[in-house]
Design a protein around this ligand. Sequence first.
Ligand SMILES: C[S@@+](CC[C@H](N)C(=O)[O-])C[C@H]1O[C@@H](n2cnc3c(N)ncnc32)[C@H](O)[C@@H]1O
Length: 191
Amino acid sequence: MSRWYDLFTSSEKRFTDIGMQMLDVKPGESILEIGCGTGHALTEFANKGANIIAIDISEKMLALARRKVQAANVGVCQADGLFMPVSDASFDSIFLSFTLELFDTPDMPNVMKECHRVLKPLGRIGIVSLAKQDTSAVRIYEWFHRRMPNLVDCRPIYLQPVLKEAGFQVQESTIKTMWGLPVEIVIAHKG
Ligand SMILES: C[S@@+](CC[C@H](N)C(=O)[O-])C[C@H]1O[C@@H](n2cnc3c(N)ncnc32)[C@H](O)[C@@H]1O
């Protein structure tokens, strides 16, 4: 989907931007973005003077991200969020936008454990994701997700329990709405 990704997902960018504002990175901070896609968030983080490493499993997404952002403080590499080639306690912040909900349900706690491992003490994580709620919009979306998982790939999740189970403490959260679907944005820190 890399070629069409920005076209189809322009409505998601607003929520990614809110997540980045809430994460509030400072110049010189080290940030890891998991699932950077075509690199929308990278530009913003780079402009703030942060040092960013962005990973994605898709080489085609990464090629577009590399084309979009070429800055000395940005490194982009292919890796799986489940097994990150990163030392313990290396980052001040981690950011995931519309990515955690692509992992299998049993894998989500493992991704969060990896995030916990690579964050510095008191490091922060910001996550933007579709939120699972008992609404007809969510039920209709899930119906399409079950039948066309390659096209409707993200699915609504219970974000906060996954974070808390991995040892994070939720600091701030908000729910917004995109096309009637709830989008949760959470900032948490390593407890
Ligand atoms: C829905 S896109 C979101 C992209 C970007 N964060 C944004 O908000 O525009 C999800 C991204 O996660 C990547 N991804 C999926 N599974 C992954 C994994 N196991 N490890 C790393 N990245 C993954 C996909 O290749 C895709 O680029």
